[in-house]
Design a protein around this ligand. Structure first.
Ligand SMILES: O=C(O)c1cc(C(=O)O)c2c(n1)C(=O)C(=O)c1cc(C(=O)O)[nH]c1-2
Ligand SMILES: [Ca+2]
Length: 540
């Protein structure tokens, strides 16, 4: 995932540049079929002349990278009663040995033979009837396949699992809700003491903190970095305490499955800010020194830079214009200073008072991954500007039912745009350039050594920008909204770019007023591949 384990989404390829990109044209496209088209959030993988691309409803295809010809197709038979909170998406697969491995919405992990598409192993990872699902791309670390889980809106317990990539056999399983910490693989593991100090009573048993975006890996520090989602239920008055390790980044040792450090971005989250956003290792140049750092653009609107060796906060800078829930982050304690927009209520039978809060629960940034360019030293963050009216109401846990205790209406902040692609300098926390988009941005970002940044828009365009200046240098209309993750590779001396097109994800389901604004977007399911139309070997 992420064009490498660190998830930087940076390619060193330089054949396509900000100067010649005007010559980038489609070479082939592939249709995902005539029905079952929802959000196509996938990141394709290219290996050995084959492209592996997943689609909504847990489907995967192997395509010939030269011709686009379909080599094989696998479709999971999904049972009735699956409960993905936010569309039937899949964000991609992982490759190991001769296998291509991906998670299905009914909480299974399936490994297929890359040549034939035949199932080599298949493991049930969770009980979909209890609200568990899976949407993230797996991560491969030292022969382990590392996965997260989804279901924070149903009171599941978040977890990171590591399996033997060849056989699917479980090696370790690490819960991400304090209280469950005394267990590894469901057995007591000798960790004792006040395991649920940040929860009251039995609430940790349904505490959420789903690891629904999966993980990245820092090879030099040998740590797996996983974001954790919202604590359950959303109504924070029903679960006093910090609710560790919800809305955090946790660093896990691949050898033991132990949490080595954690940093909680939104303690006692009351806004569904989650904290799943990708943590990307990078080298921070500061005062003549190089610091082993990591960057994370959190749904709560802060761009965090942490020391990746120990989780210490280095800086927290806003990447959105309005954060009404906070007055900033205390750099000494690492904790946010809360403002007065925690939704009211109490455990009474009454609906609590409504407050306006920004960002909205769909976040200053949601699932769509940012990219880090090793040349410019900038992060490219797909941000959104919106707020919400939010209120709390009573709720009790029921297996397999939504566990929110909150209601909301999303509201745009500005007339002319919601989405904003922002180039952030991690050394200063300053926004270097921005591109504003009318509809919310919901696609992944990729950057290259050719001075380029790519991302898609709900309006249907794949766009490219000059990485230094932010000038839009190229666009292509794909026919549906782009919420996929662009990739690039070189083959036969030519550089290619690919992206999936197909509108969906959480915005059309939960966006309310905002969703209506982008309602005219056609549904789709297409893979587009591009290259320069003039042969680059012939060019001087
Ligand atoms: O807490 C969770 O388990 C969970 C899972 C997912 C998911 O797996 O897609 C989303 C969310 N939460 C969520 O809060 C959210 O805004 C969201 C947006 C999307 C999407 O793909 O557009 N998924 C999810
Ligand atoms: Ca969530």
């Amino acid at each position: 995932m992420g064009m490498g384990q660190s998830g930087q989404r940076f390619s060193p390829l330089t054949k396509i540049t900000s100067d010649n990109i005007g010559d980038l044209v489609p070479v082939w496209s592939f249709s995902f079929g005539d029905e079952k088209q929802r959000g196509q959030e996938t990141q394709p993988l290219v290996y050995n002349g084959k492209m592996f691309v997943t689609g909504s409803y847990s489907r995967i295809w192997a395509l010939d990278t030269k011709t686009g010809e379909k080599l094989w197709q696998y479709e999971a038979r999904l049972p009735d009663g699956i409960m993905p909170c936010c569309d039937v998406v899949n964000r991609g697969a992982a490759l190991y040995d001769n296998l291509v491995i991906f998670a299905t919405l009914d909480a299974k992990l399936v490994a297929l033979d890359q040549d034939t598409g035949k199932v080599v192993w298949s493991e049930k990872t969770d009980d979909y009837k209890a609200g568990y699902s899976a949407t993230a791309a797996p991560l491969i670390v030292n022969g382990l396949v590392v996965t997260g889980n989804s279901g924070g809106e149903f009171g599941i317990v978040g977890r990171v699992d590591a399996r033997d990539a060849k056989t699917g056999k479980l090696v370790w399983s690490r819960p991400t809700v304090e209280g469950n910490m005394g267990y590894l693989n469901g057995k007591e593991n000798g960790i004792t003491g006040k395991l649920n100090a940040s929860w009251q009573g039995d609430q940790w048993k349904t505490g959420g903190a789903a690891t629904w975006l999966g993980c990245t890996y820092g090879a030099d520090v040998d740590l797996i970095f996983c974001g954790t989602g919202n604590p359950a239920p959303w109504n924070s008055h029903l679960r006093p305490g910090d609710n560790l390790y919800s809305s955090s980044t946790v660093a896990i040792s691949p050898k033991t499955g132990k949490i080595v450090w954690h940093y909680q971005t939104t303690p006692h989250d009351g806004w569904d800010f989650d904290g799943v956003n990708e943590f990307i290792p990078f080298d921070l140049k500061s005062g003549g020194k190089t610091i082993k750092a990591g960057g994370k653009a959190d749904r709560n609107g802060f761009f965090y830079v942490l020391d990746r060796t120990n989780g210490k906060l280095i800086s927290a800078s806003p990447f959105v214009t309005k954060q009404s829930w906070t007055k900033g982050v205390d750099l000494k304690t690492g904790r946010p200073i809360e403002a007065d927009t925690r939704p009211g209520n109490p455990g009474s039978a009454e609906k609590g008072s409504t407050v306006f809060s920004a960002p909205s629960f769909l976040g200053g940034k949601n699932w769509m991954p940012m990219a880090y360019n090793q040349g410019t030293g900038l992060f490219y963050v797909p941000a959104n500007e919106w707020g919400m009216d939010i209120w709390n109401e009573p709720i009790t846990y029921k297996k397999g039912a939504a566990y929110l205790g909150a209601g909301f209406t999303i509201k745009p902040l500005y007339e002319d745009y919601i989405g904003a692609l922002r180039a952030m300098d991690p050394a200063t926390g300053k926004i270097v350039w921005e591109y504003k988009n009318p509809a919310p941005l919901w696609g992944g970002v990729m950057t290259t050594a050719g001075n380029l940044v790519f991302t898609g828009t709900p309006e249907g365009f794949l766009k490219a920008f000059d990485a230094k200046t932010g000038k839009e240098v190229w666009k292509f209309q794909t026919g549906s909204g782009v919420v996929g993750q662009p990739i690039t590779w070189e083959e036969g001396g030519e550089q290619y770019v690919a992206v999936a097109s197909g509108w969906g994800g959480a915005v059309p389901l939960w966006g309310g007023e905002v969703a209506k604004k982008v309602k005219s977007i056609s549904q789709g399911g297409m893979l587009w591949v591009f290259k320069l139309h003039k042969s680059q070997t012939a060019a001087k």
